[in-house]
Ligand binder design. Structure first.
Ligand code: FMN
Length: 147
């Protein structure tokens, strides 16, 4: 069984901290998991039979954070049902004062679906401080995956 991959896109490390917290929570529930910087991940790694949890912020005008750019681009150019064996969920960090609120989370969520991956929980778009929504999402994730 593959460890659960928690991949983070970040510029000021909020998403990284949350990804590491989620990895700890999954391990505390007896599951195998790893938090990974998106710049160290490629599409073949995501296509392995397993679970991918995406935690990402948004920058610029709805753009991916720097470390997420290459992976999002690879997902946009991937073929057909490249992620048919993948299960996934997305947590987006953002700020609704920007016109393209949580756009990068939306883009990952849409690309995974387009490539045939199966969504295990609805996407969350967190506005401002993500802590409370993340706690709730983390509980749901652990509940779904621990069973
Ligand atoms: C220069 C700048 C641009 C941003 N652009 C957006 C945006 O287009 N949409 C959005 O929802 N949030 C935007 N944000 C908010 C960040 O996504 C948010 O602060 C997030 O929590 C940062 O997470 P990180 O520390 O993991 O990078 C922007 C923030 C900054 C500083």
């Amino acid at each position: 069984v593959q460890p659960i991959k928690i991949i983070y896109g970040t510029e000021t490390d909020t998403a990284m901290g949350l990804a590491e917290e989620l990895s700890d929570a999954l391990q505390a529930a007896g599951l195998s998991s790893q938090a990974l910087d998106m710049q160290d991940v490629d599409v073949p790694a995501l296509a392995e039979d397993g679970i991918v949890l995406v935690v990402t912020s948004t920058y610029g005008n709805g753009d991916p954070p720097f470390n997420a750019r290459a992976l999002l681009e690879s997902l946009r150019t991937a073929e057909g049902a490249a992620l048919a064996k993948t299960k996934f969920a997305v947590f987006g960090l953002g700020d609704s004062t920007y016109p393209k609120f949580c756009q990068c989370g939306r883009d990952f969520d849409a690309q995974f679906e387009l490539l045939g991956a199966q969504r295990i929980l609805p996407r969350v778009d967190a506005d401002g401080d993500p802590c409370d929504l993340f706690e709730a999402w983390q509980k749901e994730i652990v509940g779904v995956l621990a069973n």
